[in-house]
Structure formats: structure tokens, C-alpha cells
Write a protein that binds this ligand. Structure first.
Ligand SMILES: [Zn+2]
Length: 1015
């Protein structure tokens, strides 16, 4: 009652002094004004597709004790806020969230939203399923997840996103610029995370906005205008956060109420605009009004933005308008400015002298490997889906596509999410895999059953796959084969060229033999299963299946397979009365104080010498005549835990080493050497938690290193970052090369940046780069290349040396938001232990100029392992009832050595998405950096191409149209003189696809014989 009285008193007293308070029609219709400083107010929300909460928890708004975030609220409240004023504009980015929301909307809401999109009130920016990471992602995954989002937007709304919006990833890649931006048709790309030293210099030089020329091969033809935000992707300094619970003062313009603050708010806005204009070229600046999970009650933001725009324009010092990144980009373009050129990429990223975000290149190595494996599996499964026809009733590859797309998010494969969220990504991948596996099994059954040439409804052949082969668990190959039973292994090759590889499956008996599809005995070799392998198997099968396998396999059975391009062949394992050839076993005990004893492995061209202490010391290749001394060892960096005065710790994002500690092979552990006709192996227990197998294959010229690292001990309170290093005498002069997302190799110089004088505060972490394909060093005579099986961080810390960070286990958080220590464990009902990582890397030394062939061709084989399907047969002749050999292509045809098939996918409408990629850069190889051509008639001899349309990279528009309309910003020192080699348009009667170096071409193809399969 007293309150009411007080309010009445206030009302009357204010009314008496004649202040007016009524509805104010805010003028929000302002457009760009020439000759004034234009402030582009961009209302946006940054919605992580999983980070502290899972993607679904963020969407529905559950688990809010972790983070108050509900994307449904954002999208629901956007609708009412945009309806209120047609001048209001909003951008939306992450399609994984938008699609979740869209499918639940009524027709009325859908129509309303379509109206917003058509009028430009709502614009899709970036448009992929997520805002993918740029360090730990492979270019094929970047393309796939972008395509998925872009095609949805095109189909549902007829729109094509124009702007790249990578505002949060932790450093920016060349491939993102010239491939995923320029070649999807973006007119500009915006982001903010670049090295703080770089940023400071760019502010001084007004060089935050540049023309990024990221590709050596394509030069200016794939330039992209790139804007780096001055601080971050949040509102400018001056308190402009307007979420319901934000602390910024709202614009209070009701004179009847206390705390009227229009003048202060407008002054703050104008001050921020002038400050930004000081470091920006042209009279356009962008205010990113929003940040993580904002606009959950959109009206709260728009109410204030309306007022700011209204009063700022009344004030008149600057011109404020509702805008979008597209409008801003068009204004920049119209300004006819000449922009500085940026080449290469923006790695590594540091936001402080001791905060290099180079740890996440390796964080969560198991998830990174799983993503890579699933990526290749998805590629192969789509081919099989294409071959038998896309089912209208499932199973399909769609759920794997979705899971993989989400896993490319910058807090997913990057390893910077909370543990429960990492588990969620892995679960989604597994669900997608399980559905795709059904498709793979039934497709292979269709393709192998002779009778199914006409169609395939009910194949009877049952295939089993072995997803746990990495922990030596494969029930079908471990079956006892007696009384005429045999195992058929269908080996599918998703590459466009014929390939030879060595298979390895666990078996229970040495009485086995291997036959090829013609029934000829194939040379095989048995390697005894080591205790180390078996104990790893025991623990992980238990963790995975809940119970330990009953029996243990005794041997690895290895044999060489030869598989046609884009097709399969079949091998048979059967019981035998005579034992297979078991590898010879030699145990070498370290002789105290003596290194004179040594052991050689290598049956083919490649030979390696090890000394008795386990050190690798000589590499020689009889074919390319390379002889080199070489060393390989492990070490770890002690993770800095932070202190009161210097709190920056090593964590999920940041690599901050505190000392380097060599890991020497344990003196007591002998070297086990296995030799046979196919493969030689040296087994080393390096220490209680590192086991290593070094392999040479008779038919190959590289070294395969299989490492098992973990559980990393942390009882001493020190987190550890475990590294393998390879040392040679190559005079690499501080220079090394690392790939960009598995594609271009970029030159790196230790302790040096091209753009500014680097202040070296972190000599190790500041020289780490992301590696998805490989790293190499060279001098006048040799080059040393190391290829990887997943994304990792690596460097060349001294001349002649290459190192890879394989695993990291940390005890404290690094204060970048995840608020959890990166301390991964694996649990069974016996308890939890630190995560064990197993993986491979591959090493080769070539004469200078010869390394690219191996890096590119073998790199593609690492990415796309052979797919194995097992079927146990109880007698009978496989060949009489099954097709044993199959290729999609003309049997005499292979894709050229410099071309990979990146996508072959049946789409819902019956058309086919086809992508081909040239694998070499200009000048990379003397033979293969040339125009290549693919003959589609020979690639698909059984099908007739009725229509072929060349598309842009994300297949949401025709390439011609995209190239015609893409804005070409003027770059400083642009000469326009370079010639770029690109394939000419495809003649529909000739059907020859030409590809220039590094070119990726995307087509929508209609085949006459493709039909939707009804099941
Ligand atoms: Zn983010």
C-alpha cells in the first residue's frame, strides 16, 4: 500500500513538472549514409553445437546448472522479435540447431520465418551444420558438413549463404579461406582469433581487413575478403550486453522513471564506433551485438538496439543501422578500397605470451581417431549406398552424416569439450556407424550374390564387420575353421585406383591357409600375439562389450591383398593340416655398456638397423639409394600447472610445457624381433606405459610405427604431454612443412612469422602446428616425411628433427571456459585407468623432390583404409554362388595417380553427387603436378550419364553462376598476371573431367540406371 502511494505520488509530481512519457516510434529504418561513419549493428548468437553441454542439452535448455543456455528460446523469441519491427535483422549460423527447431514448427511459423528470410530480416550465415574447427579437421569432413547444411538451406528456402562466419575457431586455416570460403561462393569470411602480436600490429596498420590469398596454386583467383574483429565477436567496449540477466545498463529513455541514461548510452556507443573506426579502413564498422547463446529472450536485445539506433541517429555523429555481414561486405566492396594481402594461414593462435592454443591439436586423440575412421567409413558406405540404390526405408548413411557433421564443431573434434559431451559425440558416431554398417553388410551381400544383378531385395549372405580390430578383436576371424569351414573376407577399396596392401587379422590357430578369389594359395605369415597386445585387448573389449572375450587369438595372420579400384575382391581363410609360416622370433637382451650388437630388419628395399639398447640408428633403401642415420625416441613435456603469479596452465586448449623429459627404453626389457616373408617387426616396451612396434613390409618402402601410449602416470601431480621424435642429420635450416586440413603443405620456419617480428615466449608451443596428413623436412639431398593416422600437433623443434604429440593427460584446467582438466580415463567394473592411445605413424626418407608422391598417394590410402567384411561358410564353393571380384569402373581403368574420388553419393532425388580432387599443388611433383583427366565413361561403364551439372564445392549452386557473382575485392599489388590451370567445362558427350593441380570439382550427375531401391 505504501509502495502504491509512493508511485502515485511520483506520477503526479512528475506529471506536474510537465515531462511527457508516451509511446515512442523508434526510427530503425536507417540505411547506409555516404560520408558518415556507418555502424553496422549485427544481431547474432553464437551457439556451440556441443561444448559444456551436449548439442541436445543446448537445444532444449536442459542441464542449466552447467550453463544457462537454450537454443529453442533463441529461435522462438527471434520470431516474435522480428515480427515486431520489419527493420530488425538477425543472422543464424548453426544448422544443426536450426534443423532441430525447424522440424517442430507449425506451418504458420514456417511461413512467417520464410517471410523473414525472403525479406532479408533473417539471414543464414556460414550455413554448415556447425562452425567447424579449422585445425583438427580433414578437408573432406569440412566439405561434407558444409554441404549438408548448404543443401538444406537451398532446398528448404532457396537461399545460398554468402558469408563465412568462423568467429570462434582457435586459429584459421588456408583451406578454410581458399576452399571452404572462396569455392563455396562466399564473398567474405569473418573471424577474430589470430595471434595477439599479429593483431596488435594489424590494428596499428589498419590491416584487420585483408584479402586472404591462401593458396599458392590458385593465387588471386581464390582470394577471399577477410575481416578480423578487433577484439572478439561480442559487443564493443562500453557495456552493450542485453540478455535478461546481463549487467549492462539498458537504454532507459522514459523520463518518468529514474536513471534516464540516453545521453550516456549514446556517448558510449559513439565512442566505441570512433575507436573502431580508428583501426578500420573505409567508413564502415561492424558491431557484433551478441555472443554465446544470447537472444534467449530476443526482445531484450532488440528493444535496446532499436533505441540505440534511434538515438544515435538523432545525435547524428555517426550513422547506426540494422545490418548483416552481407550488407557490411557489400558496403566494403562498394567503397572501392585496396586491401592488404595475407598469405598462408593464421596458425598457431596465441591470446597471451604464454598461451599458445596448440594443445588442442592433440587433445582427445581417441576421439580424433574415431572421427577420422568414421569419415573414411562414411565415404566408403556412401559408395555402396550409391551402388545398390538409396533406400527409401533405411538403413542409410544419414545418421552417420549427421553425427560426423556435428563432430567437426570447434569444440568437438578439437577436444575442448567437457568429458560428458565428448562421450555424446562418440555415441552419436557409433549410432551412425551402426546404421551405416547395416547398409554396408547388406550392400556387400547384394553385390556378392550373383543372382542380385537385376535387383537386390533379400540377400542371404551374412557379413560381419570388425570395428574392434584396433584392439585385436574380430570374432569372425577368430573362429575355429575345421571340417570344411572357411572364412570369406570381402575386401572393399574405396579409392579410385587399384591398390596393394597387407591385411592383418587375429586367428586362433596356426593351421590356416589363405586363398585368393581364384583359389590360389596366397603367401601368408603368422606373427605370435604378444602379451602386451592381449592385455590391451582384454581391457578394452571388456570396456566396450561389458565382458571379456572367452578365448584369446594366438597369432596375427598377415597376407598381401590386391584390390581393384572402387570395388572388391575376396580372400579365403581355411583350416589346414600343415602349419602356416610363423615369423621367426629373436629376443635381444640389452648388453650392459655395449651397443655393438645390432639387429637388422627389412626383407625388401628398406632396411633398418637397431642396436641392442633399442635405438633405431640406420635407415637404408636399396631402391631409391637413400642411406641415413636416424634416431627415434619418446619424451614428454611436463605440463605447467599454473601458479598464483603466473596462472596460465597447460590444458585442453593450451600447450604450456614446463620442462622436457626424455623417455629412455627400460634397460631390463629385451627387444623382440619377428621376421617373416611379408613383414618384420621390432617390439619394444619403452617404459611401463609405452609400447612400440616398428614394422617394415617387404613390398613397401616406409617404416610403420605402431605406438601404444598410456595410461600416462600422473601420481606425481604433473600432467604429461607425450611426444615421439625422429632425428636425422637433414640440414633443415629451421624450416618444415605441415599440411592444411590434409591438403596444401605450408612452409613453417621455426621462431619466425612472415607478417611480424615474432617475440618468442614459448619456443616449443609457439612452433607447434596442426597436422592432418603429414609433416616433412628437407635439405639439398633428402626429405624426411612423417604421415599421421589422425590429427595431431607437431613441429620441428631442432634441425633434422620432427616431433608429434601423441597423447596428453593433464590435471588442471587452462581457463578458457571448459572448466575441466583434460584427464581422460577408461572404466570397467574393475575401476578406471588413464586412457590408452594406440595409433600409427609412417616415416619415409626420399631423395629431394621425390617425397610428394608418397605423401599424396599413400596419404590417401591412410585416410581410406580397406573395408573388410567377413562371412563364415560351411563348405560349398563361394565362387559358384558369389561374385568374388567387382569394380564399378572399367576393369582396365584406374583414376590417374594424382586424382582422388572424394564423394560418390546417391541423393534423395535420385541424382548423384560426385567430387573429384587433384592431390598435388603446383610445382609439388615433377610428374604429377599437371592437368589430370578422368574419363567418366570408363569410371561408370555400366551406367549412362544423362545429365551432368558442375556445382560449387558445397553443391548448392552451379559453379558458373557462383563465379560470376562472387565479389572480387581489390588487393594491394594485384597484377592479375598469374595463370591458373583449371579444367575446362565438361562436354556432356565426351564426359572427360579435367583437373588442374589442387582442383576439386563437384558435379550433380543423373544416371539412367540409378533407381531408388524399394525394400
Ligand atoms: Zn564456439
Amino acid at each position: 500500500m505504501a509502495l502504491l502511494f509512493l508511485l502515485l505520488f511520483l506520477f503526479f509530481s512528475l506529471a506536474h513538472i510537465g515531462v511527457d512519457s508516451a509511446y515512442i516510434p523508434y526510427n530503425t529504418s536507417q540505411q547506409i549514409v555516404e560520408g558518415k561513419l556507418n555502424v553496422h549493428v549485427v544481431a547474432h548468437t553464437h551457439d556451440d553445437v556441443g561444448w559444456l553441454k551436449t548439442v541436445d542439452q543446448y537445444y532444449v535448455g536442459s542441464n542449466n546448472s552447467i550453463q544457462g543456455a537454450c537454443v529453442q528460446n533463441v529461435l522462438d523469441s527471434m520470431v516474435t522479435a522480428l515480427l515486431k519491427d520489419k527493420n530488425r535483422k538477425f543472422i543464424y549460423v548453426e544448422q544443426a540447431f536450426f534443423q532441430r527447431w525447424w522440424r517442430q514448427q507449425s506451418d504458420i511459423i514456417k511461413e512467417t520465418v520464410k517471410g523473414f528470410i525472403n525479406s532479408g530480416q533473417l539471414e543464414f550465415i556460414n550455413g554448415g551444420m556447425c562452425m567447424h574447427d579449422e585445425a583438427a579437421v580433414h578437408y573432406i569432413d569440412m566439405i561434407d558438413q558444409t554441404t549438408l547444411g548448404h543443401r538444406f538451406i537451398k532446398q528448404e528456402f532457396g537461399k545460398i549463404p554468402r558469408i563465412g562466419w568462423q568467429i570462434d575457431p582457435f586459429g584459421h586455416s588456408a583451406v578454410q579461406a581458399y576452399l571452404l570460403s572462396a569455392q563455396v561462393g562466399f564473398d567474405a569470411l569473418y573471424f577474430f582469433r589470430i595471434d595477439y602480436q599479429d593483431k596488435n600490429k594489424r590494428k596499428d596498420m589498419k590491416e584487420l581487413e585483408v584479402v586472404w590469398r591462401a593458396s599458392k596454386t590458385f593465387g588471386s583467383s581464390l582470394d577471399i575478403f577477410s575481416g578480423i574483429f578487433p577484439k572478439n565477436y561480442e559487443p564493443p567496449p562500453g557495456d552493450f550486453y542485453f540478455e535478461v540477466d546481463d549487467k549492462s545498463p539498458p537504454v532507459q529513455d522514459d523520463p518518468l522513471l529514474f536513471d534516464y541514461n540516453v545521453k550516456e548510452r549514446i556517448d558510449a556507443f559513439v565512442a566505441a564506433a570512433l575507436a573502431q573506426a580508428n583501426i578500420t579502413r573505409t567508413n564502415h564498422v561492424m558491431f557484433t551485438m551478441g555472443t554465446d547463446f544470447k537472444y534467449q529472450y530476443a526482445e531484450s536485445w532488440f528493444r535496446n538496439l532499436d533505441k540505440l539506433i534511434h538515438y544515435v541517429n538523432k545525435d547524428g555523429r555517426v550513422n547506426a543501422l540494422y545490418s548483416t555481414p552481407s550488407i557490411y561486405t557489400d558496403a566494403k566492396f562498394a567503397a572501392n578500397e585496396t586491401w592488404p594481402i595475407k598469405t598462408d594461414d593464421f596458425f598457431p593462435y596465441a591470446d597471451n605470451p604464454n598461451a599458445y592454443w596448440t594443445g588442442y591439436f592433440t587433445s582427445r586423440p581417441a576421439l580424433k581417431r574415431y572421427v577420422r575412421l568414421m569419415s573414411a567409413y562414411y565415404l566408403a558406405a556412401r559408395q555402396l549406398e550409391f551402388l545398390i540404390g538409396r533406400s527409401t526405408s533405411g538403413p542409410t548413411t544419414d545418421s552417420l552424416a549427421d553425427a560426423l557433421a556435428i563432430a567437426q564443431h570447434h569444440d568437438a573434434v578439437s577436444g575442448t569439450e567437457k568429458q560428458h559431451v565428448a562421450n555424446d559425440y562418440a555415441k552419436r558416431l557409433y549410432i551412425g556407424y551402426a546404421e551405416a554398417e547395416k547398409l554396408v553388410r547388406s550392400s556387400l551381400a547384394c553385390l556378392t550374390e550373383s543372382s542380385s544383378k537385376i535387383g537386390c531385395s533379400n540377400p542371404t549372405t551374412k557379413f560381419e564387420l570388425c570395428p574392434l580390430l584396433n584392439v585385436s578383436y574380430c570374432p569372425p576371424s577368430e573362429a575355429y575353421l575345421s571340417n570344411g569351414k572357411y572364412m570369406a573376407i570381402v575386401v572393399y577399396n574405396s579409392l579410385g585406383w587399384k591398390r596393394e596392401d597387407v591385411l592383418r587379422v587375429p586367428v586362433v590357430s596356426q593351421y590356416v591357409s589363405v586363398q585368393d578369389s581364384e583359389g590360389r594359395e596366397v603367401e601368408s605369415q603368422l606373427l605370435p600375439m604378444t602379451d602386451s597386445t592381449l592385455s590391451l585387448r582384454m581391457q578394452h573389449v571388456k570396456a566396450y562389450l561389458g565382458s571379456s572375450p572367452a578365448a584369446s587369438p594366438k597369432y596375427w595372420l598377415t597376407f598381401t591383398v590386391s584390390v581393384p579400384a572402387l570395388g572388391f575382391t575376396t580372400y579365403f581363410i581355411s583350416g589346414s593340416t600343415i602349419s602356416g609360416k610363423v615369423a621367426s622370433l629373436e629376443t635381444l637382451y640389452p648388453s650392459e655398456g655395449s651397443t655393438t650388437r645390432s639387429v637388422a630388419i627389412g626383407k625388401g628395399h628398406l632396411n633398418l638397423l637397431f642396436n641392442a639398447n633399442g635405438g633405431l640408428f640406420q635407415y637404408s633403401n636399396g631402391k631409391n639409394l637413400v642411406n641415413a642415420s636416424i634416431g627415434q625416441a619418446y619424451k614428454f613435456y611436463g605440463a605447467y600447472n599454473g601458479s598464483k603469479s603466473d596462472p596460465q596452465a597447460s590444458g585442453a586448449y593450451i600447450f604450456r610445457p614446463d620442462g622436457t623429459y626424455p623417455i629412455k627404453p627400460e634397460k631390463t626389457e629385451p627387444l623382440t624381433v619377428m621376421k617373416g616373408s611379408i613383414v618384420d617387426e621390432v617390439h619394444q616396451q619403452i617404459n611401463p606405459w609405452i609400447y612400440q612396434i616398428t614394422r617394415t613390409y617387404k613390398s613397401k618402402e616406409y617404416v610403420e610405427t605402431e605406438f601404444t601410449v598410456g595410461p600416462i602416470p600422473v601420481q606425481d601431480g604433473v600432467g604429461k604431454e607425450v611426444v615421439t621424435e625422429i632425428t636425422t642429420s637433414i640440414a633443415s635450416k629451421k624450416t618444415f612443412y605441415t599440411d592444411s586440413n590434409g591438403r596444401d603443405f605450408i612452409k613453417r620456419i621455426r621462431d619466425y612469422r612472415k607478417e611480424w617480428d615474432l617475440q618468442v615466449n614459448q619456443p616449443v608451443a609457439g612452433n607447434y602446428y596442426p597436422i592432418n596428413l603429414g609433416i616433412y623436412i628437407q635439405d639439398e639431398s633428402k626429405e624426411l616425411s612423417v604421415l599421421v593416422d589422425r590429427s595431431v600437433g607437431g613441429s620441428s623443434i631442432s634441425d633434422g628433427q620432427i616431433e608429434l604429440m601423441l597423447h596428453r593427460r593433464l590435471l588442471v584446467d587452462d581457463a578458457r571456459g571448459v572448466d575441466e582438466a583434460l584427464n581422460e580415463t577408461v572404466c570397467t567394473n574393475d575401476g578406471c585407468a588413464g586412457l590408452v592411445i594406440q595409433g600409427k605413424y609412417y616415416t619415409k626418407i626420399d631423395p629431394i623432390g621425390e617425397g610428394a608422391k608418397w605423401r599424396r598417394t599413400f596419404g590417401q590410402e591412410i585416410y581410406s583404409p580397406l573395408l573388410l567384411a567377413f562371412s563364415e561358410m560351411d563348405g560349398g564353393n563361394w565362387g559358384s554362388s558369389h561374385v568374388s571380384n567387382f569394380t564399378v569402373m572399367d576393369p582396365s581403368y584406374n583414376l590417374p595417380d594424382n586424382v582422388a574420388l572424394v564423394t560418390l553419393q546417391a541423393l534423395d532425388d535420385g541424382s548423384v553427387l560426385l567430387r573429384l580432387a587433384h592431390l598435388y599443388e603446383v610445382g609439388e611433383d615433377k610428374d604429377l603436378s599437371v592437368m589430370a583427366s578422368v574419363d567418366l565413361k570408363k569410371m561408370f561403364p555400366d551406367k549412362k550419364v544423362s545429365k551432368i551439372i558442375e556445382m560449387n564445392l558445397s553443391a548448392n549452386q552451379e559453379r558458373d553462376a557462383m563465379e560470376k557473382k562472387r565479389l572480387k575485392f581489390r588487393a594491394a599489388d594485384y597484377t592479375g598476371a598469374e595463370t591458373v590451370s583449371r579444367g575446362s567445362p565438361v562436354d556432356p558427350s565426351e564426359l572427360i573431367v579435367e583437373l588442374g593441380p589442387m582442383e576439386i570439382r563437384t558435379f550433380i550427375v543423373n544416371f539412367t540406371y540409378i533407381q531408388l531401391r524399394k525394400s
